[in-house]
Design a protein around this ligand. Structure first.
Ligand code: FES
Length: 149
């Protein structure tokens, strides 16, 4: 089998083909600062080949519910953005897993609260945990808190 050697710099078309991300989405990522290109002598955008891995990371993070702003913060925290290492991936994966666990716990709690509300419809500030979780409004004092805040 012949081994295909990837050039150091690739076009946006090749990057799109290799990652499955549309050219317009790649340009959007670039406008957001997630990836960077440089112009060649023909004034075409060229991406260093390591960007394939960064785009893959962005896809994984987006699929797990992270915003592009969160992803940018994480990428900016990498020791070297030109080479995402296995250690970088493990550290990012571990942080994202913790965040996912937190979201799952929060959503499960919300789902359980909603179960109490299905078929009720009272939307009572005293009774409904969805409308007033943990009676947060009650801790702020008595009276019509929603009307005055
Ligand atoms: S709607 Fe009645 S408890 Fe939430």
């Amino acid at each position: 089998m012949r081994k295909i050697i990837m050039p150091e710099w690739i076009s946006v078309g090749v990057l799109s083909e290799r990652t499955g991300v549309s050219v317009s989405a790649l340009h959007f990522y670039e406008r957001k600062g997630l990836i960077k290109s440089q112009r060649n002598t023909s004034n075409h955008r060229q991406y260093p080949k390591h960007v394939i891995r960064i785009v893959s990371l962005i896809q994984v993070a987006q699929r797990t519910g992270f915003s592009l702003e969160d992803i940018l913060l994480e990428l900016e925290g990498l020791p070297n953005r030109t080479r995402v290492t296995l250690e970088d991936w493990e550290a990012l994966g571990s942080r994202w897993q913790s965040e996912l666990d937190r979201k799952i716990t929060q959503l499960t709690e919300l789902k359980n609260m909603m179960a109490d509300c299905i078929g009720c419809g009272c939307l009572s500030l005293e009774r409904c945990r969805l409308l007033n979780p943990y009676d947060e409004l009650g801790e702020k004092g008595t009276g019509p808190r929603l009307m005055t805040e």
